[in-house]
Each structure stands twice: as C-alpha cells, then as structure tokens.
Design a protein around this ligand. Sequence first.
Ligand code: AMP
Length: 331
Amino acid sequence: MEGGSAAPEELPEIITNKDEMRKWSRAMRCRGKTIALVPTMGYLHQGHLSLVEKAQSLADVVVVSIYVNPGQFSPSEDLSTYPSDFHGDIRKLGSVSGCRRVDAVFHPHNLYDYGNIGRKGERDIVEELSEEREKGPPASGVSSCVEEMGAGHETWVKVERLERGLCGMSRPVFFRGVATVVTKLFNIVDPDMAVFGKKDYQQWRVIQRMVRDLDFGVRIVGCDITREQDGLAMSSRNVRLSPEDRGKALSISRSLFQAKSLVERGQTTNCSDLRGTLVQAISGAGGKIDYVEIVDQESLETLGEVDRPVVICIAAWFGNVRLIDNIEISG
Ligand code: AMP
C-alpha cells in the first residue's frame, strides 16, 4: 500500500528500546522462527525494499533497522542533513510489493548514549566538548560524530585491510563506524542472516569479512543494485541533487555500463584505459571524482588487467552530494 494509508494491523511493530528488541528476538526464537535483519539509515526507496523482499524469502520474520549512525560520519559530513521520513518508511514497510509486512522495525534513538551524557549538566558537556576540540582528534588520528557528541564509547571494530582503499581513503571513520554499528545491531537483534546491498560494495565485503574473522553466527546475503529507469543507482541522497546535477550524475551509470560492454565485447582489458574513459566521462559531465577504481571482487585490490572477476567502483560529487556506484564484470 505504498504511498497510501495502511490499516494499523498491517504496519510493522516499532521497537525503539534495545532491551525490548532483545526480548522480541528471544520470543521469536522460542517459537522456532528464523530472523533476518535489514540494516538501513531510513528514507527508504525501492533499493531498500528489494533487500526486504530478499529477507522475506529467506527467513520466517524480518526486522528492518532504521538508524542514522553517527559513528560512521565524520563531524564535517552530512549527518545533520541526512534525509529522513520515518512515517513514510513505516508505511512502505507495511506492505512490500503486496507481500507480507515487515515484522518489526528497530528504531533506536541513540545507540551510543550509555547514560553518561544524561547525568551531566549541559554546561559540563559543553565544557568537555570544547576541551575535546582543543585536544584535537584521538590518538588514532580519526574522529567521528560519536566522539564529537562526547559519548562514553571507546570500542571500535576495524577490518584492517579491506577498509583502507576506495571509500575508506576519503572517509577514514566510515567503515570503523559501519562495522561497529553492525556488530551492535547483531548483538541486539541476534539475527540468523542479514541482507546488504551491493550498491555499497566495499561495505558488503567488509561486513562479510568481519563476520568470518570474528565468528558471528550470521549469514551475510548481498543483493544487486536497484536502479532508476534511466540507470541512476537508487540512493537516499539522490533527493538532494538539483535537477541539473541529477542529469549530470547519469554519467556515472552510463560510463559503468559502457565500460562493462567494452570488456565484454573484447575491446579492452586494460584497467588504465578503462579508468581513463570513465574519468573523462564523469569529469566531462561536471562531476568531481573522489575515486574510480577497478578492483578484484573479493580482495578489492587494484588491478592492471581485467583477468579475473572485477568490480569497477566509483565515487563522485555532483554539487554537494557524494554518490557511489559500481558494476561487476565476471572477467
Ligand atoms: P542505507 O540506508 O543507504 O545505509 O542502505 C541500507 C542498505 O540498503 C545497504 O545495505 C545498502 O547497500 C542498501 N541499498 C541502498 N541503496 C541500494 C540500491 N540502490 N540497491 C540495492 N541496495 C541498496
């Protein structure tokens, strides 16, 4: 019933408290149900809903988390302007493409508030924050909005090598924040499986590796990218593109399709040539390139030749919106 008004009994259960979420999952397990988790930051679109449909096909019950994670944003990034429409999201999850509704939505207010902020006076916090700022970033040299908030959180999960390249170059706290919040969600929701989009290819690989390395009992499922009819990869951030930039941003998907076709038609396997074509197409359309990389699908290592399954990954700015996209080529 997308866009319309769903009857209350068709809406998912909304859980905002960690303990309630744990209780809900335990109750489901006691009833012998398998649980799939779909982590999101909300402002849901068809890409998210395709993950939900996949989750519904794999597990008895589905939990969608909606949480804009301050741990993966640096203080200079767009945490405060990240789009949100919680009521719209709940309506969309009430009935996914005519399938059964999502069973529960986990929507915590703040996963990093351990009560340490609430007990202090506002003045103490303001003073502490300005002291923190004077001290500069922590010893690791990176700092997220969680540190900026003065939250008493100091445990982070890092997938050392896989998180370094691609998005990790320009967003040094991003994957540390993602791996940590996904760990938290796994500990709270205790799912059998979790569904991620390959739109965030590096994120999907980082989570797969984290689950393997740390022995989480969660199966990680990857879903293909959902695109608009004209090819633009769906993203919650697309809404912030001006109509003009939205048009220019099509250069990303178009150049990816073109590169794939060049390889598949045997016209080139040289990564430097391919990269040059992609950079030219996107810069020529007015995009500011963050990176264009042709990497091994599993190790994400940069390659010289397309001699194995590769993925071409792109991040580029159009106006003040940073977009990412990618395409797999079987090689
Ligand atoms: P986000 O809300 O942007 O953090 O995304 C939540 C999940 O949805 C992540 O696993 C994303 O990779 C996935 N996702 C976002 N956009 C798309 C898309 N266009 N196609 C498939 N998955 C997507």
